[in-house]
Design a protein around this ligand. Structure first.
Ligand code: GLY
Length: 353
């Protein structure tokens, strides 16, 4: 088991990675009374024995799976169930599932009695490499992703790659989207992916990169927990990705792959990304996109997509689109474009895809 510490101004949390983390850490964490679990129906059915074993005395809230349920209605239902079950300030919440469960479970923990302790148990590749670490919690509102939330760190994150054995190819691909993002930031990871383009369909290859991604993220979050500067790098590809996700049937990770593809091309066209490096990065992104299941190039409407980017919370001014983009190996930058220019570039890069 590998232990990674994450120290911020508000607390010091631990992230444990390994196939023994559940059996080693969970009995210690659940030994106290009044545990509350947030999970989704998909995970609950698949891992019934796990819940029966570790959470037999806990209250369990089972959310319907899907991003569309990451809203105030569900959040309210979770909080009401916590209150109804007599959860106290000393109680602990466990978020067992993918990004949606982690985001909404974390927010419920942040709000209940002004904040109770919580543990992330991510069950998807995307949640293991990215969303369970760093304390971002949120729900969506009015068609805008993650617009209501809090930075609130889990006391522990238990990352057990065994959970990934039940994931579909599509869910693995979603996680790969975030790992490719880390490759655009970290030169070592970039080299690993570039040298292993032929191994992209091997899940073990990705499992072995989980802790590298977490370590990178921890470094960034320790410098800038509340995304005032450095942490903005973790949004590479995400401005366009969030808009794609809101205007198509693509999942978050699939949208991240497309967002990175389009934004890297825009950065090349705008002259802010070094040409040779940008082309090498595009090769990695293309390799990931071509994994099954195939994402149709025209899965999203580019006009609708462009309009949705105006709603992105990364934008600092009206009618300006702000993107974190790859600049050179191991380097990134902020590219801010007037909306009309963004739209023009988006159409241009989409047309020659
Ligand atoms: N997923 C990006 C971040 O945690 O900042």
């Amino acid at each position: 088991m590998e232990t990674i510490s994450l120290k911020t101004l508000s607390m010091e949390g631990k992230i444990y990675v390994g196939t023994d983390v559940i059996s080693t850490r969970l009995p210690l964490l659940t030994a106290t009374q009044n545990n509350f679990v947030v999970t989704d129906d998909h995970v609950y059915v698949l891992y019934r024995k796990f819940f029966d074993k570790y959470f037999q005395n806990a209250e369990i809230y089972v959310l319907s799976s899907g991003e569309e349920n990451k809203n105030f209605h569900s959040l309210n239902a979770i909080l009401e169930k916590m209150a109804g079950a007599g959860m106290r300030r000393s109680s602990r919440l466990f978020a067992v599932g993918g990004g949606v469960v982690g985001d909404i479970g974390g927010l419920a923990a942040a709000l209940y009695m002004r904040g109770i302790s919580y543990v992330q148990i991510p069950t998807t590749l995307l949640a293991q490499v990215d969303s369970s670490v760093g304390g971002k919690t949120a729900v969506d509102l009015g068609g805008i992703k993650n617009v209501v939330g809090a930075f609130y760190q889990p006391c522990e994150v238990l990352v057990d790659p065994t959970f990934l054995n039940t994931l579909s190819e599509r869910e693995i691909k979603c996680g790969i989207g975030e790992i490719v993002k880390y490759a655009a930031l970290d030169s070592e990871l970039f080299d690993i992916l570039e040298q292993n383009l032929g191994k992209f369909s091997d899940v073990t290859f990705w499992k072995n990169l989980i802790s590298t991604c977490i370590q990178y993220k921890v470094k960034v979050v320790e410098i800038d927990e509340k995304e005032q500067g450095e942490r903005r790098c973790l949004n590479v590809g995400h401005t366009t990705a969030h808009a794609i996700e809101l205007s198509s049937v693509l999942s978050h990770g699939e949208s991240v792959l497309y967002g990175m593809l389009l934004e890297t091309k825009m950065a090349l066209m705008a002259g802010v990304c070094e040409k040779k490096y940008g082309e090498r990065l595009l090769k990695i992104i293309h390799e990931a996109i071509s994994l099954p299941p195939h994402i149709k190039t025209q899965s999203f409407d580019i006009e609708t997509n462009a309009k949705k980017t105006l709603l992105d919370k990364k934008n600092r001014e009206d009618h300006q689109i702000t993107m974190a983009v790859a600049k050179a190996k191991g380097e990134w930058t902020i590219l801010t474009l007037p909306f009309e220019k963004y739209k023009e570039l988006l159409f241009a890069v989409n047309a020659n895809d």
